[in-house]
Design a protein around this ligand. Structure first.
Ligand code: GAL
Length: 395
């Protein structure tokens, strides 16, 4: 890195957050935790979820802010004659599982669909919203991901039957999401409400009014650099819809799932924190490599995501495969992401004057854990293929 040449190699303890002690994340900040889907998909068991809870504690992830333990699709069994849903054999006792998660200082998340079936074909909540919300509350659930899935069939059918109403699909979808939002409120337990309709109908516009704290802005991520950057860089323009207690969700993290390089996972985490995205790790925590843990628990990266100002970042410049993104932070600071999407090593620069620091600024390199001292004008870094640099700039 060129601009490091004159700098001392002293490792600096960052001032961004006090680490080593539990971060008291604001309930209004982007939710952080772990979700079973990206690694365990349809095979997840009670044992996997308990192990994830244990690992969140022993790896320090809980203390870094990852508190939600979310079971995604495939926990559901059948409804009984009274319409009460029971978990399947892989989840013998949901209340006990919730108690276990809570006993570790963590929160319990669950998943359903407004349709008759979930995406994996399990029982959805259609017609049972009130009962399900009460059931979740009785289990001590703190988070619900509500995934559109088979409700789309009903929407398509209605659109065919009512060609005179081109807005019918969207109206039905909003009504379905509102129904569960109201049911959760009536259930009398604070439950984070996470919408998953793949960004099809601008949920960032109507999400808050149906009671949601976050909404997916895209179709599914997978553990590939191509898919991850296609999602991450397509988020430009959405920042005005994010703020305290209501966040755009570009989908869960793939860091640690093994199919991207360390530079690519740093790009993933850099982009997600600049986007003030909910940070839901999706890896097998029992097999987490040190390098992946370092990415997921980087205190300054997390502090950028969780910053008290509550602003989502935006693209500042794009030139071919090179990108510069910025996120305003509290106390007049700015986070800057420099990205190289090309297949070769490239220089990427930011002009400090352009981002409000005409008289220069202090620059901190988040991934290198290094203060770069006081800088003026253009700051350049040399990035490897698919690499990212994350900076915190302050007066
Ligand atoms: C998809 C959703 C994924 C995961 C999956 C479960 O629709 O986007 O995040 O929840 O369903 O079946």
């Amino acid at each position: 890195m060129r601009f490091l040449a004159l700098l001392s190699l002293t490792l600096c303890i960052s001032s961004a957050t006090a680490f080593g002690q539990r971060q008291a994340a604001s309930p209004m900040a982007p939710p952080m935790g772990w979700n079973s889907w990206n690694h365990f998909a349809g095979h997840v068991t009670d044992g996997d979820v308990r192990a994830a809870a244990d690992m969140l504690v022993s790896t320090g992830m809980r203390d870094a802010g990852y508190v939600y333990v979310n079971i995604d699709d495939t926990w559901q069994g059948k409804r009984d004659a009274k319409g009460i849903l029971h978990p399947n054999a892989r989840f013998p006792d949901m209340k006990a599982l919730g108690d276990y998660i809570h006993s570790k200082g963590l929160k319990f998340g669950i998943y359903s669909s407004p349709g008759p079936r979930t995406c994996a074909g399990y029982e959805g909540s259609l017609g049972h919203e009130g009962e399900d919300a009460k059931l979740y509350a009785s289990w001590g659930v703190d988070f619900l991901k509500y995934d559109l899935c088979s409700f789309q069939d009903a929407m398509l059918k209605a659109a065919k039957e009512h060609p005179e109403n081109p807005g019918i699909k969207k109206e039905m979808m909003i009504a379905a999401y509102r129904k569960m939002g109201d049911a959760l409120k009536a259930a009398g337990r604070p439950i984070v409400y996470s919408l998953c309709e793949y960004g099809l109908d601008q949920p960032w516009i109507w999400g808050p009014e149906v009671g949601a704290q976050m909404w997916r802005t895209t179709d599914d991520i997978d553990d590939s650099y191509g898919r991850m950057i296609a999602i991450g860089f397509s988020q430009a323009g959405l920042s005005k819809y994010a703020g305290h207690g209501h966040w755009n969700d570009p989908d869960m993290l793939e860091v640690g799932n093994g199919k991207m390089t360390e530079d690519e996972y740093k790009t993933h985490m850099s982009l997600w924190v600049l986007l003030a995205a909910p940070l839901l790790a999706g890896n097998d925590l029992s097999k987490m490599r040190e390098a992946d843990k370092d990415i997921l628990t980087n205190r300054d990266a997390i502090a950028i995501d969780q910053d008290a100002l509550g602003k989502q970042g935006e693209r500042l410049h794009q030139s071919g495969d090179l990108d510069v993104w910025t996120k305003p932070l509290s106390n007049g600071r700015v986070a800057v992401g420099l990205f190289n999407r090309s297949w070769s090593t490239r220089d990427v620069s930011v002009d400090l004057a352009e981002i409000g620091f005409r008289d220069g600024a202090k620059v901190h390199d988040v991934w290198k854990h290094k203060d770069l001292g006081r800088r003026t004008g253009i700051v350049t870094d040399t990035l490897p293929k698919h690499g990212a640099t994350l900076l915190i700039v302050s007066r």
